[in-house]
Design a protein around this ligand. Sequence first.
Ligand code: ZN
Length: 293
Amino acid sequence: MHDLPYPVTDIHVHIQPWERLHPEARAVMSRGRPDYESLSAMMHDPQAVLARMDEDGIDRIGLINYVAPRLMGFTDTVNEWVADIAKADPRRLLPFGGLDPRDSKVAQDPRGAVDGLVDLGIRALKIHPPHQEFRVNAYRAGAAEEHLPALAGIYRRAQEVGLPLMVHTGTSVFPGARSRYGDPMDCDDIGIDFPQLTMILAHCGRPLWAPGAIFIIRRFPNAFIDLSSIPPQRLLHYIPMLDKLANKCLWGTDWPGPGAPTMDHNLKQFIDLGLSDESRRAILHDNAARLFP
Ligand SMILES: [Zn+2]
């Protein structure tokens, strides 16, 4: 375990009801993971999750969930599910939820849908364009194959109530995933149209679009990236100015996704990169403390 003099937040951890995955998606999730069954059981046992966090020296985690019924099998019931898990320790467990702008209830009342998440205790909204099969800026007529005006209502209300938006940027290898929609430049529209909305670009557009994600966080004061799903030894390859951009970066591992055997494993590799103490602290603690007080 690390011996850092401050608590660490891992903002991108997948605590999800895996048994709800479609068989094809489950096959990808369980590939090369002999401990799939025990992890799947742990997802329903917040005390076991907290124990793993203690073991790994992690103070707080973001529990990433989103709604992708067609591709993944996750419906909007994940919101109640994750809010319930987080009740075990609301200080340490930050539930991320999702919305489906094609759902008729959401389309008719996006504002009410966002309020519903907040009422549940959801701390941030996760949109996964490749898995939800739409462009994150599809509220702009003509910007995408499918026009989804409800997205504007969702972003507007999230901005009003201070609910951060996390967007998956980068590719995905799940069956059917529309990786093209992982281009972070689509977030440029959100930065322009909803400047007060806190936006976290997950995975920094890895591996194809890191420069695009970096452009976005430098352009918009309320835009951030999380460092999850990038092998820590490759971080400086993708983000050469990491030290300079530290105040716009959040630590994340994507555990238990591929490439993160434990939360601690990736954290140690990150510490070994030799960033300045100040930058390291901003990424591991300060920025998350500010965005998720
Ligand atoms: Zn993820």
